[in-house]
Structure formats: C-alpha cells, structure tokens
Write a protein that binds this ligand. Structure first.
Ligand code: PLP
Length: 296
C-alpha cells in the first residue's frame, strides 16, 4: 500500500505492438521518477487522451462510462483503440494498491507514443483527491467566457476535437486563470452564437422548476459521466431530465445551477459574472450523497 500509485501499460492497445513482448500487461513503477521519453507526442503535442475517475473507499465510480469515453476520445484522434480489459484491470489494481482513503482519483492516460514508433504510451496514476468540501457546500462563482467556436463545430469541424477528452488542456487551464483574474472560481464557456456549453473541467446542470436540464451533448462538449449519474439520481426521484440547447436567457432563468464533474462532484454555482444566484442546498446535499455512494 502506498499513497500514490503508477502503473505503466505494456500494450495499451491490441492494435499496436507491445513495448516488451515478454513483459506483464502493466508494471508498477515509482510515481516520482521519470518515465516519459522527451519525444513522446503526449508531451510534445498534447496528442493523447485521458480520463479522471473518482475513487470512493477504494471503488472506482462510473468506470465503464469512463472507459467507453476513453475509447470514443481515442477514436476521435485516430489513435489505436485502448484495450479496455487491460485498462480496467490496471485501474482496479491501482485502486487496490492505494492506501485506504475516503476519496481518491485514478487518471488513465494514453498518448500517441514516442514519435516514429507507432506504439501508444499508457499509464494509470492514482492518488488521494483534494478536499472538495468547500466547493460542494459553499458553492463556486463562475464567469462566462466566449469559447470562440459556434455550438455546431463538432459536426462542421471535427478536427477541432471538441467533445474528445484530449491532453490539450492548455486552453481550459488558461480559461481557469482568466476566471481567477476576474475574481471567480471557474469559467463557463459560451459559444460564439450564444449557447451555454460547459465548464473548464465540468458540465453544467440546471434546475428549472422540478426538471433538471443540461446542454445537449452535440454542442462540442464532453458527455459527462457525473452529469449522467446526476440525471440517474433525478429520474430515480421522479424528476424529469432533459438535454437542450441552453441560451443565456435560459441560464438566467434557471432556479439553480451546478458544475458537475468527477472528483469535485456537484458544486453549486452561487454567482455568475458577479451576480448572486440561488443555491439549492438541500438538493445539492442529496445529489452529492448519491454521487458519493455510487456502487457502479
Ligand atoms: N467537461 C470538461 C471539459 C471536463 O474536463 C470534464 C471533466 O474533467 C467534464 C466536462 C466532466 O466530465 P466527468 O463528469 O465525466 O468527469
């Protein structure tokens, strides 16, 4: 048992040769030592895909939806298909190897590999999660930032890779810094044609009366595993759920807002562009209790 865990995969995809034909499916290595070659396209071009999976009491949550999205992201980048069985095995082994802790996370990363080798690089890293209590209970403030794309770019310009969880998160992190410069905790992206999209690392969920609404997943955003489970919770409670094109007017009119994601789970939005928003503390607690208790 240890407080951080790193497994390097020998053959991240069955469509590409293993790194060592005689080695095990994955090898445990020292997390703080260097393992990545400087010519790895994940490092030099952000050319790869990843997932971050919440682990509660040693159990990875929404593992199958995360693995499925990992495969869809890889396909969007024309990467070889991840070998789901080996990735699942490595994730579960990493969870078991980690020191017991209430909340942790596992990150799966697959890059195009070292330039010229045609062999993807893959690793699974696990560590305890940062404490999200404050965001979950006190809420977060967000600013609206123009993403610079229309809402239909996923269809018109698939090379922009919107909707894929790629390693190219430089833009998301720049948007986060801009939000902090403007005195907020996070940013919410808006399309150039006025539709609300997603956060820098989270999906938007709104309560409109007794319905939960989230932006349609074909607007160049990630199809969130947490958002899907929030909808599962709502449906179990008899609430209606809907995927819609969300305008700025819809956002303004909503009764409550959340940014939802793995690790932080549901963070109620208490202000948008400096204007206070109502927080539904009771529903927030129920959503987070449900998310933290997930057994699948
Ligand atoms: N949207 C973006 C841009 C993200 O980076 C993330 C998560 O990292 C999400 C949405 C939420 O996805 P999930 O709930 O599957 O973590």
């Amino acid at each position: 048992m240890t407080d951080t865990v790193l497994a390097v995969l020998n053959q991240p995809s069955r469509d590409a040769a293993p790194h060592d034909p005689d080695a095990d499916a994955y090898t445990w290595v020292e997390p703080l030592e260097e393992h990545l070659q400087v010519q790895d396209l994940g490092a030099t071009r952000g050319d790869g895909v990843f997932e971050t999976i919440t682990v509660v009491d040693g159990h990875p949550q929404a593992l199958e939806p995360h693995l499925a999205r990992f495969g869809r992201s890889a396909a969007k980048l024309d990467l070889p298909a991840p070998d789901t069985d080996v990735w699942r095995q490595a994730v579960e082994a990493a969870c078991a190897r980690l020191d017991p802790v209430r909340e942790a996370f596992v990150k799966t990363v697959m890059t195009r590999g070292v330039e010229g080798t045609d062999r993807p690089t893959g690793w699974v890293y696990a560590a305890p999660s940062p404490d999200s209590t404050r965001a979950r209970t006190e809420g977060i403030s967000v600013v609206l930032l123009d993403r610079g794309y229309r809402h239909d770019v996923e269809r018109t310009s698939p090379w922009l890779l919107q909707g894929a969880k790629t390693l190219s998160y430089g833009i998301n992190m720049a948007a986060l810094r801009e939000a902090v410069r403007r005195g907020a905790d996070d940013a919410l992206f808006v399309s150039t044609d006025g539709y609300v999209l997603e956060g820098t690392r989270a999906n938007l969920v709104m309560r409109v009366g007794d319905r939960l609404v989230t932006p349609r997943t074909d607007v160049g955003i990630l199809d969130g595993t947490t958002q899907a489970d929030v909808f599962r919770f709502a449906e179990e409670q008899g609430m209606e759920t809907a995927y819609e094109l969300v305008t700025l007017d819809d956002l303004r009119a909503a009764d409550a807002l959340w940014l939802v994601s793995s690790v932080r789970q549901a963070a109620p939005v208490r202000a948008v562009d400096g204007e206070d928003r109502p927080v539904d503390a009771e529903l927030t607690t129920r959503i987070n209790d449900f998310l933290l208790a997930r057994s699948v």
